[in-house]
Design a protein. Sequence first.
Length: 253
Amino acid sequence: MIRLTDFPLIAFFVTFGLMWLGTWVGTFLRTRWHGLSDTVREDYGVTLGATLTLLGLIIGFTFSMATTRYDQRKNYEEEEANAIGTEYVRVDLLPGDATVKAQSLLVQYTNLRIEYYKARRWEELARINDETAKLQDQLWATVAAPAKSQPSTNTMLAASGMNDVLNSQGYTQASWWNRIPRSAWSLMFAIAIVSHILLGYGAHRKTSFLSIVLPLLVAISFLLIADIDSPRGGIIRVQPQNLEALAHQLQPH
């Protein structure tokens, strides 16, 4: 399902607009309610400071969630390349022409996995997923037939390695689906808007410098988090460098 954070640049402008609108609403309420008296301004400053501190903590926590998921995607890309490379060697243990067929399919599979990491459009991704599923069926059938007809330690080892290849793709897919929950984004947006309303309400002047700076800084923070959290829509993306290095090494007999 498409979400706003899949487009970090759009999310930046939306966030900046909402934060600026929040400060404007706060300024409007201050002018209508005649602002704050000197007796309550000190207490108001404590409330505003606590709210902005909470916003900073939520942003930092969400940034940590995004970087953790990014690191997880990188680790699974490395594991996937290792699994394919190991299996490419193990299929040498298969009898007859099964070795040549399995290695040729593994080369195609590696190239297809590289396309998966570089794909941006949903139509292209759907095609890659369909071809991946078909190749996985062919790969498993290639090692399953010798394992059934000539069961031995060698064929079982090749079948076990192919199982690791298929599992690694599933782990990668799960890590790409593991995004920051929408509820966390909603909570962060809500706290940010309330913070800016309070900021605008407590400002001494209508055109306060903070009414532009703070929304801009918050929008940049949201942009960075959305960019890291989005596997395909952002600039900061996991590059299949291990798979590309493996593709240069793999040569079918």
